[in-house]
Design a binder for this molecule. Structure first.
Ligand SMILES: Nc1ncnc2c1ncn2[C@@H]1O[C@H](COP(=O)(O)OP(=O)(O)OP(=O)(O)O)[C@@H](O)[C@H]1O
Length: 223
């Protein structure tokens, strides 16, 4: 398990993340949901170890071989296939593996294009291929389909689920889409102003929320 104790992140005297205690079960898949600025990225960055909390600690019961995809992934100024291969050590790189990862996210037709000339949705898919080209046991994804269209979203979700199953991997992602959380994860953590205000099965939190803030959030999704 991954355990967070007394985590606080403060910017300009404002507490943007305040998590007294939180446990992630390594066998489960989680979604962080909440409005803009509720602390999803901050929490993911602390879990990934790229941001230090101002207080508290994160501990893990097993060593983590982690993959972290930020909200705006980096695209290098060379080919898409090289952008993906860069995730691996030189001696490990196999062209077939790279192509397979690109195929899984529907990007194989762009393998020779320049990484830095892709659209936003294509860049996101390339970055996801970079994640899934190598095995890991903890995948942290910050809004992995934010720039993808409906077809891209479905391709990414399919590739993600397969990867997580094949690698027995813990998944923690942030999303704005309750429907996506219901498709992908076991548990939802709903964040509001830096606090987890509700946690439970995706079904319970998103179909039977206890907190009025969550109900209001969900009302915006009704069509
Ligand atoms: N480097 C920083 N300096 C000052 N404030 C910051 C910094 N990084 C984040 N914040 C603030 O912390 C709060 C939480 O930001 P965070 O990016 O975690 O939110 P989020 O839930 O991921 O939002 P979004 O849905 O827009 O991605 C926001 O109010 C943001 O303005």
């Amino acid at each position: 398990m991954i355990e967070l104790k007394d985590i606080k992140k403060i910017y300009d005297a404002r507490v943007v993340l305040d998590i007294p205690h939180l446990v992630f079960d390594l066998k489960k898949r989680y979604a962080l949901i909440g409005v803009n600025g509720s602390g999803k990225t901050t929490l993911l960055r602390i879990l990934a170890g790229v941001l230090k909390p101002d207080s508290g600690e994160v501990t893990s019961s097993t060593p983590n071989n982690m993959g972290y995809m930020p909200q705006s992934p980096y695209a290098f100024r060379f080919s898409v296939e090289k952008n993906v291969a860069i995730a691996m050590d030189k001696e490990q790189v196999s062209k077939d593996q790279v192509l397979e990862a690109l195929k899984a996210v529907g990007m194989d037709h762009l393998q020779h294009a320049y990484g830095n000339q892709l659209s936003g949705g294509e860049t996101q898919r390339m970055a996801l291929a970079r994640m899934i080209v190598k095995p890991c046991n903890l995948l942290l994804l910050d809004e992995p389909t934010a720039s993808a269209d409906i077809r891209g979203t479905s391709q990414i979700e399919k590739a993600l689920l397969k990867y997580v199953d094949d690698n027995n991997c813990t998944l923690i992602l942030s999303t704005h889409s309750p429907a996506q959380a219901l498709r992908l994860v076991d548990e939802v953590l709903f964040l509001d102003e830096g606090r987890v205000i509700e946690q439970g099965s995706a079904e319970n939190v998103l179909h039977h929320p206890k907190h009025p803030v969550i109900q209001e959030f969900l009302d915006h999704w009704k069509i």
